[in-house]
Design a protein around this ligand. Sequence first.
Ligand SMILES: NC(=O)CC[C@H](N)C(=O)O
Length: 402
Amino acid sequence: MANQVAFDNIKLRSLSTVSLGETPWKVADARLVLEDGSVLKAKSFGASGTQVGEVVFNTSMTGYQEILTDPSYAGQFVLLTYPQVGNTGVSFDDEESRQCFLAGLMIRNLSISASHWRGSESLGEYLCRKNIMGIYDVDTRALTRKLIKKGSLIGVLSTDKSKTNEELLEMSHSWSIVGVDMIDCVSCKSPYEWVDETDSEWEFNSKGGDGSTFNIVAYDFGIKLNILKRLVSYGCKITVVPSTWPASETLKMNPDGVFLSNGPGDPSAVPHIVETVKEILGKVPVFGICMGHQLISTALGGKSFKMKFGHHGGNQPVRNLRNNHVEISSQNHNFAIDPASLPKGVEVTHVNLNDGTCAGIAYPALNAMSIQYHPEASPGPHDSDYVFKEFTEMMKKNKHSA
Ligand SMILES: NC(=O)CC[C@H](N)C(=O)O
């Protein structure tokens, strides 16, 4: 009987399924025109219109909704190499931010039916509601091979029949993600206290902390919610502040530590934030993830560069040079820090094993540490969760030595 009730609940909460053969989403023809002049035909299942962005490929096999809501994808089209997408629809609990900031989604096949006990709507309905373009019937394998060969390409996606291919090509040539401040449009506008509403059933680990609490200020450059959740799990009480929040205000709050989040775009395009980071470094322990890592490294004197096609996926191998352990990590970045540009005193703590790029640094003298990838793993493996613990240990040590 109890099983029957549970089953009925699941049925009630699951998405309605549709029979094969029907097309349960609105289909329109779409074109993707790339900056190299190639034109790809596809079917649109999300918002209609014309959108420009940089095309990057992501090799994750799960977690398309977390990818869609990762603000670091602002200005980018995400092509998923996993071929069948949409079978679990979307569910409210899986959002990584308040909005989808990416330019659009490109997939091979869209599941004809979607079902999940927490599901609230289909992927197509979701994209339409969020006004995000999505296309399927794309030869994602061929396009990925092109991106690997040529590097990330600017593309223009359009459902507008009145626009010629030449006009779309022209649009692709007049847009760039390099040198543009993309953080400003994704950051929160005023500070707020983070209240964690995560049900304990979603803790993949027992609570990570040892009962200590830490007051931290988290700079929101496009922060992913699971980072906040993991920090809470390790005992942090968090005040989230906008990217323009002055260092002097942060220091007045007397935090145990400062966290610098992930975020979209080019780290060299936000020198005002680098100045803020410079003012904070050395005064309190600082931890950065992805964009946060790039900004700490830049503030220390390092230089960033644009990678050929970046790292996007949940299967990137990283070596922790301190203990020689290899982690399988979740990553999403197109820029990286040149380790040769880092000053003496900075230790490269992690390297990406696919291409040897810098994946993490530490500057113990200034109580600073950062990693280029995503320990919150949303989506992705949890191997790197220990990094949150290292941040709390750094804050604890600093508190006791004060
Ligand atoms: N996830 C991130 O923070 C990305 C950082 C930066 N936008 C890059 O592409 O390298």
